[in-house]
Design a protein around this ligand. Structure first.
Ligand SMILES: [Zn+2]
Length: 212
């Protein structure tokens, strides 16, 4: 127990302690990381960790959902389809000047009044698509602006060590931070506050089951 560098302050052992960035990345992909084995030697291991743990250790909030982009895409599709349908009907109705005899292609009985609404559907749908794209862009810009200080959060974050036995994180050599074991939520609050978006930690809880 003479080594203190990666000893968990909760259980006072170091065999299950792993650097937070390594745990985080391992939950996103199968990556190799350096960690200390029982003899205190550093070695390279490949480990799969649940995505829920990885999410809980995220240094930045989840980016805005792309759902509104999907809405915009669907509206755009409806808009273009309606526009094409409308233009096709208009073209068919104006096809009278065509040398082709009228009886060769019999148009629907009375297409005019029934299909005129397509132009309105097209205009409405394209308007919705445009607004959805503007909103998507606005949200992304707001998120980028909000997480401007993420490099500061990541700097503190990289000093975090996660204990797989206790399920807690402690800081090592982080200026202004002691070595007290922190819950995942508490760790998130400390890191996110450092990045200037600590208020989001209350809304995006580290252990929110809906997000895992
Ligand atoms: Zn521990």
């Amino acid at each position: 127990m003479s080594r203190t560098r990666t000893t968990c302050p909760g259980c006072d052992r170091d065999d299950r302690v792993q650097a937070v960035p390594a745990v985080y990345l391992a939950g996103r992909d199968a990556v190799t990381s350096r960690e200390r084995n029982r003899d205190g030697d550093m070695r390279t291991v490949t480990r799969a960790v649940t995505t829920g743990l990885s999410d809980a250790l995220a240094p930045v909030p989840a980016p805005p959902s792309n759902a509104i982009g999907g809405v915009g895409l669907a509206a755009g599709f409806v808009g273009v389809a309606s526009l094409m349908g409308w233009m096709f009907v208009e073209g068919a109705l104006e096809g009278g000047s065509d040398p082709m005899p009228d009886f060769a292609f019999a148009p629907p009985a009375s297409p005019g009044p029934d299909l005129g609404f397509l132009s309105w559907v097209a205009a409405l749908a394209l308007g919705v698509a445009f607004l959805a794209l503007v909103e998507l862009w606005r949200r992304r810009a707001a998120f980028a602006s909000l997480t401007r200080g993420r490099h500061r959060a990541e700097e503190l974050w990289s000093h975090g060590w996660y204990c797989h036995r206790c399920g807690t994180v402690h800081f090592e050599d982080a200026p202004g931070e002691d070595r007290a074991p922190l819950t995942l939520q508490r760790f998130r609050e400390r890191v996110w506050e450092h990045g200037g978006y600590g208020h989001l930690a209350a809304r995006q809880r580290a252990m929110d089951p809906a997000r895992s």
